[in-house]
Design a binder for this molecule. Structure first.
Ligand SMILES: Cc1ncc(COP(=O)(O)O)c(C=O)c1O
Length: 479
């Protein structure tokens, strides 16, 4: 193995060539592409310059503290935050959500068995937070328009509730919940209200400035106590940052952790990580400095033009599930059309669009997180969607073998064993050669169709078993 600098870097590039592209606007989930080479360069160089700096101690790395305060300040302006607002830069949306939930729990110490009331469309990060922090998740089915059913959520609130949550917008459907009603509901009982604007918070303010109708969602709404917004999404910054803003420093206080109860340095952390690379923060700061308000306004103009053209030009066979409030588009398929095959066909044509499983009686859909860079090839996107629909129709729907379905039906998600999982892999033909180990298939439709017949709980168990099989160390032969 060539361990020279050039050799290792060449291998990195070679390995990366097999990943989804992060530039070009053709990857419509996971990555957000401004399409501006300078934005990438500045972000990349800032990350590299600060990769070894440690955000653990802001007094030793004061430049990191200065960048964090700048970035939170810029964010506060976007969120209509009052002068009392404070915030922290976290590692991503999930960490911001985890901290919002942990802070709400610890801000109500008298509640013995805390719960949070969320719309069923809330991001899975809230389920993770509930799991980590022992906060029961009361997930309330949404209304027909995919927005929170406020009356039903009101019915789910009781003395154990420490947090009410709304999304701006929800990931799966791209619509903004009725934040004023949710915030009023929470405020009337003295409960915190978190707005998860991880994916919308950096783009909705610019949508409003462009004159688009934007439902109220920010701190301008009385009763909103915290908001999460991700710079590594529509801030077009390198991966690894999100901002969690609280209306007051009192509300943020339980988020902080200190421990002097050991012989080393006193641990003092604002977020979940302790040692944390300064790279992502520097990358986000640099990109925001470079783009500024005018840069983001221009990017918002591009992304919304792309969204409008996609919504208007969706080919026959597909339809928009609900008119989007922001930059996320969910597409439904005609009953005769297989959504998973359409996604695979798009992959063949150089696009990544994300399959969403059937849920709560609704069929599978296709998710598009549209980026500013997508605008340049939006006509190609629509043409490729049309030809993918034609190809998927010609192929016919993926049919899960009735024996596999019966096998799945008999599995108990709470007790899925390695043998069960091996049995399913064998029955489905996914592990044709057991000695070769588990490999990622080229076409995901057969796997997705199989998962789709499983209950959400079984999907979780199967995917955990799958991830476990994928994550196996590569040992040197000499070892
Ligand atoms: C609304 C919403 N909340 C939270 C998250 C979680 O963010 P992350 O993947 O950065 O942890 C996402 C991610 O897409 C999101 O869309």
């Amino acid at each position: 193995m060539d361990g020279s600098t050039d050799g290792v870097l060449a291998r990195l590039r070679e390995m990366q060539a097999g990943d989804l592209p992060v530039h070009g606007g053709r990857t419509l989930a996971y990555v957000y592409d401004s399409g501006l080479p300078d934005v990438d360069r500045i972000g990349r160089e800032a990350v590299a310059a600060y990769a070894g700096s440690n955000g653990l101690d802001p007094t030793s790395f004061p430049s990191l503290l200065a960048m964090e305060n700048d970035l939170v300040g810029f964010t506060c302006d976007l969120l209509d935050a009052p002068a009392s607002a404070v915030g922290s830069v976290t590692s991503g949306g999930t960490e911001s959500v985890l901290l919002a939930v942990q802070t709400a729990r610890d801000g109500a110490p008298s509640v013995v068995s805390p719960s949070m009331v969320v719309p069923s469309t809330v991001h899975a990060a809230f389920h993770k937070a509930g799991h980590y922090f022992g906060v029961a998740v009361r997930s309330v089915p949404v209304s027909d328009d995919f927005r929170a059913d406020v009356a039903a959520m009101a019915g789910a609130v009781d003395d154990s509730t420490v947090l009410v949550v709304g999304s701006a917008p929800s990931y799966a459907h791209g619509v903004v919940d009725d934040i004023p009603a949710l915030a009023a509901l929470a405020a009337a009982r003295g409960i915190r209200c978190h707005v998860d604007a991880c994916i919308g918070g950096w783009v909705l303010p610019f949508a409003a400035r462009l004159g688009r109708p934007v439902p109220p969602w920010s701190f301008a709404v009385e009763g909103v106590t915290s908001i999460s917004v991700d710079t590594h999404k529509y801030g077009y910054a390198p991966k690894g940052t999100s901002v969690l803003v609280h209306r007051t420093s009192e509300l943020r206080r339980p988020q902080f952790f200190a421990s002097a109860d050991w012989p080393g340095y006193t641990m003092l952390n604002a977020t979940m990580q302790s040692t944390k690379s300064g790279g992502p923060l520097a990358g986000a700061w640099a990109v925001v400095q470079h783009l500024g308000t005018s840069g983001y306004l221009a990017l918002a103009s591009s992304v919304f033009e792309a969204v409008d053209r996609i919504v208007d030009g969706v080919p026959a066979g597909l339809s928009v599930v609900v008119p989007p409030d922001s930059t996320l588009v969910a597409l439904a398929c005609d009953p005769s059309l297989d959504a998973f095959t359409v996604c695979d066909e798009m992959r063949v044509r150089g696009w990544y669009v994300q399959p969403q499983m059937s849920y709560a009686g609704a069929p599978p859909t296709i998710h598009l997180s549209v980026s500013a860079a997508t605008l340049a090839s939006v006509e190609e996107l629509l043409a490729d969607l049309a030809s993918s629909v034609a190809a998927a129709r010609a192929a016919g729907p993926v049919v899960v073998d009735p024996e596999v379905t019966a096998f799945i039906d008999a599995l108990d998600p709470a007790a899925l064993s390695d043998e069960d999982f091996d049995g399913l892999l064998a029955a489905s033909g996914l592990l044709a050669d057991p000695s070769a180990g588990l490999a990622l298939p080229d076409r995901m439709a057969p796997v997705n169709a199989m998962l789709d017949v499983a209950s959400p709980a079984l999907r979780e168990a199967l995917l955990i078993a799958f991830l476990d099989r994928l994550s196996r160390p590569v040992r040197s032969a000499a070892g």
